[in-house]
Design a binder for this molecule. Structure first.
Ligand code: PPS
Length: 575
């Protein structure tokens, strides 16, 4: 007999049909229209199918939508704080009739579920945005992003799922609410605290969770939010390995790890209430959220999603009906004298407290310094160090930009040789001409083609950097926006250094090694950078070199010195 908190609406929804019905649907679905779901939509579908959104067993129809936005309730009266809708393109909405069926597919085209259309309706987006964000201010980042990704038409109707969305990463850690409840029952757990987290956690949070579990007399579900993590994203694996490592430090049998396919909306206290419902359905009657230092949870774009005080009030206001309690997050600090992690409010004036911010941790990782054992567990520190080797071991990209004839290729070649002399990393040269001959042979020199060329170079450079190599790129790259895009692509994979080879046009033209400036002046070559096409000088260059009066070795030395200063390469021995 299960003693866990009962699901919201008393019964867990399960939308997966049996194998016979699944093949019947597959057979019939051949000429149905399809909706290819984005990552957020797939998260909602998974939580609908697996019962985490119980008692919701379908996307909201018009009546439910109205009532959720204005009353936080489904038309049936059940508490439901946020609209869960399937928005569709206008053309598809125009073509659908009641009784039609839709195939809901993932990004690979795998059919996850069938939806039998009951209604197609245009939502009141103003009301929805007000409900989700508590404001209709279009300059609010969350609102702007929401408007950008949503469409007004929505479809609702009975859902029959053929399967859960496919995850190849950590399938054993992705239990559904029913499966997780069985695990808890088998372990004899009656009271469960869900610790909802989307960051790695360390000794301070660990001590706080253990204290709370003891206070309440409960076990702990570490519920890692992984909805919008890309499975290809290395941080996703690092996070999960860190959780696994941290788990072994809980008292025996106290904690269990599960991955939650939830995508945050960035929507304020109503969202916290939705999370409380989700955790309740997974069997947890207590909720702890990994609020950051400022008492907020950040959404995917780094904006505050909701804050602790408003969430507590919202959940407390529905405590009788919901039965879930939001436990407070306390500030915990390391007390040097006793070697213990204690509540910040328990420290006396003389107590010597040690703390590190996450930026300081990142800095230490970059410098190859130790993460102190008082801050995190040794096993977690070593996972972080494996993922973030010191700068000197990470890959990096040197991106040289400048006019034709400015000296980019010369510097790139000398730099390549010098880095190969140093050894330790593979070095790939993506010179402008080389790329144009191989990767971008069909492209010309219009703005669109140049941008496409640079994006391709950025993509390859990011992959080389990710694999721990050095990419030296030397295209003209005349446009600022796309250069910044490349920086954004590469930086998460390792280092990125922008070098502006700022040799003035007069010098480049006087050199005219390939005779191109003469042809450009004569109008034989059109859209020639610097002559008949623009060059936007970067304002974000890390190194600026004018090669007019420098030898190739001297110009390259500027780049090498910068790489040394940033710790990408070891400092040359002092003479
Ligand atoms: S871009 O703008 O970054 O895509 O250009 P890139 O791939 O570096 O290619 C520049 C080389 O192509 C030759 N070339 C031209 N350059 C500029 N404008 C026009 N219209 C043009 N047509 C041909 C030129 O020789 C460049 O080589 P480098 O080595 O830079 O001199």
């Amino acid at each position: 007999m299960e003693h866990l908190i009962t699901p919201h609406g008393s019964r867990l929804v399960d939308l997966v049909v049996d194998a016979g019905r699944a093949s019947e649907i597959r057979e019939r679905s051949r000429d149905w229209p399809s909706v290819d779901l984005g990552p957020r939509q797939l998260c909602d579908l998974e939580l609908l199918i697996n019962g985490a959104y119980s008692p919701l067993d379908r996307y909201l129809g018009a009546a439910d939508h109205r009532s959720v936005c204005s009353e936080m309730r489904l038309a049936s009266g059940a508490l439901w704080p946020l609209p869960v809708v399937l928005n569709i393109p206008d053309e598809l909405a125009d073509s659908l009739s009641v009784g039609d069926s839709l195939a809901l597919r993932d990004r690979e085209g795998v059919m996850i579920a069938a939806l039998e259309v009951d209604e197609c309706y245009e939502r009141d987006l103003e009301a929805e945005i007000e409900a989700v964000f508590g404001t209709d201010d279009r300059s609010h980042t969350g609102v702007a992003q929401y408007l950008h990704r949503t469409r007004p038409w929505a479809v609702a109707g009975r859902i029959e799922a053929l399967q859960l969305p496919v995850h190849y990463d950590y399938p054993e850690l992705r239990k559904t609410p029913a499966e997780l409840r069985r695990v808890f029952s088998d372990l004899g757990w009656r009271r469960v605290i869900a610790f909802q987290t989307h960051r790695t956690f360390h000794r301070a949070q660990h001590a706080m969770i253990v204290d709370a579990a003891r206070d309440v007399g409960a076990n702990v579900l570490v519920h890692a939010v992984v909805g919008l993590d890309e499975p290809g994203d290395a941080d996703h694996y690092t996070r999960v390995r860190c959780y696994q490592a941290a788990l072994s430090n809980f008292p025996d049998g106290m904690a269990h790890l599960n991955l939650l396919p939830l995508a945050m909306r960035g929507g304020g206290a109503r969202e916290a209430l939705l999370h409380a419902i989700v955790h309740k359905n997974y069997g947890a009657g207590y909720l702890m959220v990994d609020f950051d230092g400022a008492g907020t949870v950040l959404d995917v774009v780094g904006e505050p999603a909701y804050n602790q005080e408003e969430s507590r009030e919202m959940i407390a206001a529905h405590a009788d009906e919901l039965g879930v309690e939001l436990l407070p997050v306390r500030e915990m600090v390391y007390l040097e004298q006793t070697g213990e992690v204690v509540g910040g409010d328990e420290v006396s004036a003389e107590g010597q407290v040690l703390q590190l911010t996450s930026a300081e941790v990142r800095q230490r990782l970059d410098n190859g310094e130790e993460i102190p054992p008082w801050y995190t567990f040794e096993s977690v520190a070593s996972e972080l160090q494996r993922r973030h080797p010191a700068r000197a071991e990470q890959g990096f990209t040197v991106f040289l930009t400048g006019l034709s004839g400015s000296g980019k290729s010369t510097i790139a070649n000398v730099l390549r040789v010098k880095l190969l002399e140093l050894g330790g990393r593979g070095v790939s040269l993506l010179d402008g001409d080389l790329v144009r001959a191989n990767l971008s042979s069909e492209l010309g020199f219009s703005k669109e083609h140049r941008d496409l060329n640079i994006r391709r170079i950025g993509f390859v450079a990011a992959e080389i950097t990710r694999a721990g190599g050095v990419a030296i790129c030397a295209p003209i790259a005349p446009y600022d926006v796309v250069r910044r895009e490349v920086r954004e692509m590469v930086q998460p994979c390792g280092g990125f250094v922008l070098v502006h080879v700022a040799t003035p046009l007069e010098t480049c033209e006087a050199r005219d090694r390939k005779g191109m400036y003469a042809k450009a002046r004569a109008g034989i070559i059109k859209e020639f950078t610097g002559i008949s096409d623009p060059y936007e000088a970067p304002e974000d260059a890390d190194v600026v070199i004018d090669t007019t009066n420098l030898t190739p070795a001297e110009a390259t030395r500027e780049v090498l010195l910068y790489l040394e200063r940033q710790g990408h390469i070891p400092a040359a021995d002092e003479e």
